[in-house]
Ligand binder design. Structure first.
Ligand code: B12
Length: 251
């Protein structure tokens, strides 16, 4: 176990909710010093350093998943708390998001490399009105890494764009990301739109994002919810299995 570097020790002072603090501290204290440096550079938005250190970590043999969880995501979780508590504002968050993205650029090919026939096809998108994409991208990467073919529609995705993509790619699964309470209802609209074109019973839909709980996702007529990227992959596999076991449906 390593101790925290000075920068992170100071940053953790901003995390004032005890359970939140001990959860994030636990991840960082158990992480290598290099992961801590990556996390710190995400927090302060130093994209040159997060870029360099992520490369260095890969060269040193750290697993892409470790760098993601213990470095980039751990850093972003402190950014999230500071933003929520009005310690920092949109510009600082954008700079941190850029620092996270340059690191992710190195991890993506590794997380996505599967080289085998896709086990299923997923359409991913952030719902209409919502521009957050970091979590969705992470889920997409993890799904690719788990062997799914992933078609990412980006942010601010309208219901008809989901429908077109499902038809075009003959997708079995749809993943919707929603981080804003103001626009999360669009999840229900997307499910409704699938119903109206007769596709709803042929696919499985799942959702996730900071605004959601499992209860809300199911109330908005999704088949599943994922708390994080790992949960997204597990849910996708579970839903695919259910779909494969069920009789073909005619709408
Ligand atoms: C980064 C960020 C931004 C960046 C986004 C950059 C980008 N390219 O994505 C910027 C600065 C642009 C931004 C803007 C805004 N933001 Co913002 N943002 C955040 C922040 C700090 C972090 C989000 C993030 O990337 N987290 C890291 C990723 C890894 O986590 P995640 O997205 O939750 O994803 C994980 C899981 O949820 C899940 N998941 C995600 N998607 C999916 C999909 C499926 C299918 C599944 C199964 C799982 C899944 O797996 C992911 C990986 O583990 C959050 C705070 C927070 N704690 O979430 C606020 C937050 C989401 N933002 C918020 C707000 C209010 C805004 C603004 C309205 C601010 C403003 N006044 O302008 C705007 C909205 C712009 C818009 N129309 O979308 C609020 C939302 C509050 C609410 N409940 O509605 C939050 C919660 C902050 C807060 N506490 O106030 N934001």
């Amino acid at each position: 176990m390593s101790i925290l570097n000075d920068g992170l020790e100071e940053e953790l002072n901003w995390v004032t909710i005890p359970e939140e603090n001990s959860r994030i501290r636990g991840v960082l204290e158990n992480a290598d010093g290099l992961m801590q440096d990556i996390a710190y550079n995400v927090i302060i938005g130093n994209h040159h350093e997060s870029d360099r250190l992520t490369k260095e970590a890969l060269d040193k043999g750290f697993l892409a998943n470790t760098i993601l969880d213990d470095g980039l995501i751990a850093g972003m979780s402190i950014v999230g708390v500071k933003f929520r508590d009005n310690v920092i504002f949109v510009p600082e968050v954008l700079v941190a998001a850029r620092a996270m993205k340059v690191g992710m650029k190195h991890l993506e090919p590794i997380l996505s490399a599967s080289g085998i026939e896709p086990i299923g096809t997923v359409i991913m998108g952030t719902v209409q009105g919502d521009l957050h994409d970091i979590g969705k991208n992470l889920c997409g990467m993890m799904l690719s890494g788990a062997g799914f073919a992933v078609h990412d529609l980006g942010v601010d995705t309208k219901p008809d764009e989901f429908i077109t993509a499902v038809k075009e790619h003959k997708a079995e699964l749809v993943g919707m990301s929603a981080l804003l309470t103001t626009t999360m209802r669009n999840i229900e609209k997307i499910n409704q739109a699938f119903q109206e074109v007769g596709l709803r019973n042929k696919i499985k839909t799942m959702a996730g994002g900071a605004a959601l709980t499992e209860d809300l996702a199911l109330k908005m007529r999704c088949d599943g919810y994922g708390k994080d990227a790992l949960g997204c992959v597990e849910k996708a596999k579970e839903l695919l299995e259910i779909l494969n076991q069920s009789e073909p449906v005619t709408n």
